[in-house]
Design a protein around this ligand. Structure first.
Ligand SMILES: [Mg+2]
Length: 270
């Protein structure tokens, strides 16, 4: 196998837990970067724009300028300039839609504008919206039933916090699917749009890439979609019972620090 030139790091459960660094992860990223290995951070979090995530990474000592790729960017990569978009989501999705030059419609427009809003909509983008309401559900599902394209950032039903799991984008998505009767195009890990976006960002070929993640069902399957190797770490979701049969694991380690050591000391060939 060729040497690893690019490491794709999941964030939650690999770099940090709720922004609290996992022991050794900051040093591991620095060691990889010092060894000339490109490190990109690939997350299904769509609520914060990459610049905000990069600031948090900088605050714990990780240099990540331009290196964060989120599911909102993967969703926005499917849009074209001028497309009229209804968003069910937060700042991260809104900014990603704006950056590609799509026209964002006001999902909270007055009731009198309801019909014109639904008629104007070309595409609906659904992600995590912690202010999710019946009104939003009604409007985006009406637009989809009328024929708007239906894109979702990711379908993770939950995500972990220090206080236990909380509903993720996939839980809200389930409501939109039920109300519209339509299945979405999925953008984030482990789906193809995110893989395409990552490969456009890095100069490496899939054979030179290693994905590091704690979830087989997202990170492991994402490595398969991308056609790269996968390092499974146990520093995140614990005791998750997941089907491993579809995932090929190249490295199985306790944490990112062990992965970095294996890559650097072992010349990255395994
Ligand atoms: Mg994770």
């Amino acid at each position: 196998m060729p040497q690893v030139r690019t490491v794709l790091c999941d964030l939650d459960g690999v770099i940090w837990l709720a922004h609290q660094p996992i022991p050794g992860s900051v040093e591991a990223v620095r060691a990889l970067q010092a060894a000339g290995i490109e490190v990109l951070f690939v997350t299904n979090n769509s609520t914060s724009p990459p610049s905000a995530v990069e600031e948090v990474l900088a605050s714990i000592g990780v240099a990540a300028d331009g290196a964060v790729i989120g599911s909102a960017e993967a969703a926005a990569s499917l849009l074209v300039s001028g497309e009229r978009v209804l968003v069910c989501g937060e700042r991260g999705i809104c900014e990603a839609v704006d950056r590609v030059g799509a026209e964002r419609l006001d999902v909270d427009a007055p009731a009198a504008r309801y019909e014109s809003l639904i008629e104007a909509c070309d595409t609906v983008v659904v992600g995590l919206d912690r202010q999710f309401s019946y009104q939003t559900l009604d409007r985006v599902s009406a637009a989809i039933r009328r024929g708007a394209r239906f894109i979702a950032t990711n379908d993770d039903a939950t995500y972990p916090t220090p206080y236990g799991v909380v509903p993720g984008a996939g839980s809200l998505l389930a409501a939109v699917i039920a109300a519209s009767g339509v299945q979405p195009i999925l953008a984030g890990k482990p789906h193809q749009p995110m893989a395409d976006l990552v490969l456009r960002r890095t100069g490496s070929t899939p054979a030179q890439v290693l994905m590091v993640g704690d979830r087989l069902s997202t990170d492991g399957l994402f490595a398969r979609t991308l056609g790269c190797r996968f390092a499974w770490v146990r520093s995140g979701v614990a005791g998750d019972i997941e089907d491993t049969t579809a995932v090929s694991i190249s490295l199985s380690m306790d944490n990112l620090a062990e992965v970095a050591t294996a890559l650097i000391d072992g010349s990255g060939v395994f």
